[in-house]
Write a protein that binds this ligand. Structure first.
Ligand code: TYM
Length: 323
């Protein structure tokens, strides 16, 4: 059976881009494959953060994932920091990686520009830890949004380099990027991805309904009034249509027909209703999960993840001459 690994960083609550770019794929995959889903709390430390919030957001994200449909009896749901083997492999891969390759990463450049000297080398080494997250399980496939593609190319490169330098051990993991929802754009700027770092343009799934409504109604639109899918000429409404399409399972054509002769206002109101309707059950379930319950789920996940990771680590340490 194929092994899947992916992760989400607890730097803010779950937003629609996370759901459409990655979580919905994992929910599908858990019925067919062995899935490991990790909350990347170590990655959240690469930029300034509050320890108290990190702990709270980590639990909040775990609850959200379960409420959205991640089944802890099928998926191994765990915290990255609960599996020390990731850090061991991170060091080994760090000794193989080219510094120039790390400096070329888009995300590194963005973060460096944003935080300047407020941050340490964690932002530079970020993709090496991602590679370790994936390779310590020898995962076959990694479902992610488009923004992670460059990091995953580096993971593949590092796996090849390790295999060539020492001995063939790692599989070269496949990257799985969903077709239409690979990059959900910000509601305030259709040329920027939806991201927790820009809250006005970001639809947090468990946010108050009133705030979600305000954000959707304020979302930027394009010139003309027509609800028409045309990503080049009408990127803003096309992005909203992609969201609507995946919340309602309607085709672009059906959506265009539905809103023929109607304007953006009506479309946005309907999109808001579709959003609330789609996530209604998840919102209800999330409130029912206690901290104790979710901690138990994460602890169970950690035991299973450690078992796989430690078996591989043992072999890796032998290969690199540490045992
Ligand atoms: P993170 O927390 O930024 O995002 C989690 C997942 O959501 C996807 N995503 C999006 N997809 C479509 N449109 C968007 N606007 C959007 N925003 C986010 C991301 O592509 C991602 O799949 N570094 C990773 C976490 C991580 C990881 C890993 C992932 C750590 N180790 C190993 C895979 C494998 C991150 O910060 O994702």
């Amino acid at each position: 059976m194929k092994r899947i690994l992916t992760g989400i960083k607890p730097s803010g609550t779950i937003q629609l881009g996370n759901y459409l770019g990655m979580i919905k794929e994992v929910i599908e995959m858990q019925n067919k494959y062995e899935v490991l889903l990790m909350i990347a709390d170590l990655h959240a430390q690469t930029v300034p953060y509050s320890p108290k919030e990190l702990k709270e957001i980590t639990l909040d994200i775990a609850k959200s994932l379960v409420a959205l449909g991640v089944n802890p009896n099928k998926t191994i749901l765990f915290k990255q920091s609960d599996v020390p083997a990731h850090l061991y492999l991170y060091w080994i891969l760090g000794c193989l990686v080219n510094e120039g390759d790390l400096r070329r990463m888009h995300e590194y450049k963005e973060q460096k520009e944003k935080y300047k000297d407020e941050v340490g080398t964690g932002i530079l080494m970020y993709p090496v830890l991602m590679a370790a997250d994936i390779l310590i399980y020898n995962a076959d496939l990694v479902p992610v949004g488009k923004d992670q593609e460059q990091h995953l190319e580096l993971t593949r490169e590092l796996a090849r380099k390790f295999n060539k330098t020492f001995k063939k051990f790692f599989k070269i993991p496949e990257i799985y990027i969903p077709q239409e929802t690979a990059k959900i754009m910000s509601l305030t700027n259709p040329y920027k991805k939806m991201s927790k770092s820009e809250p006005e343009g970001c639809l947090e799934i468990f946010e108050k309904e009133q705030i979600i409504k305000e954000k959707i109604m304020k979302a930027v639109t394009d010139s003309e009034k027509e609800v028409k899918y045309d990503p080049l000429k009408k990127p803003a409404i096309s992005n909203l249509m992609t969201i609507y399409k995946h919340l309602t399972k309607k085709s672009y054509k059906e959506i265009e027909d539905e809103f023929k002769g109607k304007g953006y206002y009506e479309f946005k109101l309907t999109l808001y209703e579709a959003f609330i309707n789609f996530f209604k059950e998840a919102r209800r379930l999330k409130n029912k999960i206690s901290n104790k319950q979710i901690e138990r789920i994460l602890n169970k996940g950690a035991i299973k993840a450690n078992k796989i990771a430690n078996e591989n680590l043992k072999k890796i340490l032998k290969i690199v001459g540490l045992r």
